[in-house]
Design a protein. Structure first.
Length: 459
């Protein structure tokens, strides 16, 4: 991940909830689904197809209308966390300082709509966040926008807003036809000295920082620096004309898209969104990526590793329940709970299979409490990686066995079976390995997305 930092304007330094309510009771059922139908004939030559059932797991929760009679659903999201100083050139610091500067951030929608609103978060800030101006437009290329699509964003009727520490700001709706799978540019002007206290480090998307000035309305913004992190921008919602919903993918770096090709949207949730948009049977369901690299189910990160975010249990309300229109949840977490204690050597961070299972069960129960279909995904292989141990592998196998056969989740996606090497099941298939024996590459992410039976998501 590359980050250019301007000596003049942008420097690093050392300092560190709105939900659409869903109603109804969930009719829970067990469904074991093994992955099938993979893409890439060359990759899959000689590999057997996996049997699977196509029984839908349908939530009775539909997208409700708000007081204006509008249906709002999240079309894009990023789980936020505090910044870290970084881990070398490949993973630079996410501490940026802005002063009278514009940041233009690029995201890709999942579903489309005719009205749009933006969510800005000061979740981890300890001082108010001052937004001087903000605008939204369809992206042209690079930092350029389509001028005809440019819209001013207001907050409670004002073009500026001060967001208190720990708070979230939702913009007023703007009329703009946003196609599914389109790229949007959100431009924010910071009129006062501002430190990037609330970020998403592993964006794998180039974002643009200007020199001094409000360039939010400029079609071609001058660029002083770039970074592959999102700052303060946590969500984009659209109105939909027909009842639909959103799938939240709660996970770690594999869900976040670590080591995928930057600026190409090759994360498995992105590829799942493409499949859902391409399903002509009924309206597309949104996919909201709540993955954070390094995230764990049970433990928070140690100091200096804040990029891994609060544990999944702690961030569940903000990153899952608060998402507009959420109907389905895919839980794909646990490898860091298993492996990071091996890397750190800290015995106090060790978790047993039973402890990890209890944590995963809590995530499913909390989803069910709010009428959300909870789908569990098996933990993928990691032998050969820097966090592998024989003890960790035994825990992974025990947890995967529980995910497959237990009663907590409404359905199972067997990512382990999709990406493992059948000759060495504790390792990733070489064709899917991004190079660290832990993270899948673009082909692996596509295989994961293609393996998901869309019937699980009510489509």
């Amino acid at each position: 991940m590359n980050s250019d930092t301007s000596d003049a304007r942008i420097s690093t330094r050392q300092q560190r909830r709105d939900r659409t309510q869903v109603r109804g009771m969930l009719s829970r059922r067990r469904l074991m689904v093994a992955a099938g139908a993979m893409t890439g004939a060359a990759i899959w030559a000689g590999r057997p197809a996996f049997a699977r059932q196509a029984t839908p797991v349908t939530s009775p929760v539909s997208t409700s209308r708000d007081w204006r009679g509008e249906r709002w659903v999240g079309t894009w999201a990023a789980a936020m966390h505090a910044p870290s100083e970084g881990l070398g050139e490949a993973f630079p610091s996410q501490f940026f300082e802005f002063d009278k500067q514009t940041v233009r951030q690029i995201v890709r929608t999942s579903i489309g709509g005719d009205q749009v609103r933006v969510r800005l978060a000061n979740t981890f800030g300890d001082v108010p966040l001052v937004i001087g101006a903000a605008r939204l437009a369809l992206r042209d290329s690079g930092e350029r926008i389509d001028p005809a699509s440019d819209r001013e964003l207001t907050f409670s009727g004002s073009p500026s807003i001060t967001v208190p520490p720990g708070a979230l700001a939702v913009s007023d709706p703007v009329a703009l036809t946003v196609p599914a799978l389109s790229e949007l540019a959100v431009s924010i002007y910071f009129p006062e000295p501002t430190t990037s206290t609330t970020v998403h480090a592993l964006a794998f998307q180039t974002n643009y920082f200007s020199p001094m000035g409000d360039f939010t309305a400029e079609a071609a913004m001058p660029v002083e620096a770039t970074a592959q992190s999102w700052v303060f921008l946590t969500g984009i919602d659209v109105t939909v004309t027909e009842p639909t919903g959103a799938v939240v993918t709660l996970g770690d770096s594999i869900t976040d898209g670590a080591l995928s090709t930057p600026d190409t949207n090759q994360r498995w949730p992105d590829l799942l969104a493409e499949r859902l948009v391409g399903d002509a049977n009924q309206p597309a369901k949104a996919v909201l990526n709540a993955g954070i690299g390094g995230n764990r189910v049970l433990n928070d990160p140690p100091e200096g590793f804040e990029f891994a975010g609060p544990n999944a249990l702690a961030r569940f309300d903000r990153d899952v329940l608060a998402q507009p229109g959420v109907t389905h949840l895919i839980v794909f977490e646990g490898i860091n709970d298993i492996g990071l204690p091996t890397l750190s050597g800290d015995p106090t961070e060790f978790v047993s299979a039973d402890e990890l299972i209890a944590g995963l069960r809590q995530l499913a129960e909390r989803a069910h409490e709010h009428g959300i279909v909870a789908i569990g995904a098996t933990i993928t292989p990691f032998e050969g990686s820097m966090i592998f141990s024989e003890e960790g592998e035994a825990i992974r196998q025990a947890v995967n066995d529980w995910i497959r056969t237990g009663d907590a989740f409404d359905a199972v996606i067997d990512f382990d079976e999709v990406v493992r090497d059948p000759r060495q099941p504790t390792r990733l298939l070489p064709a899917f390995d991004a190079g660290d024996n832990l993270h899948p590459n673009d082909d692996g992410f596509r295989a994961m997305a293609e393996s998901i039976d869309l019937a699980l998501l009510g489509t």
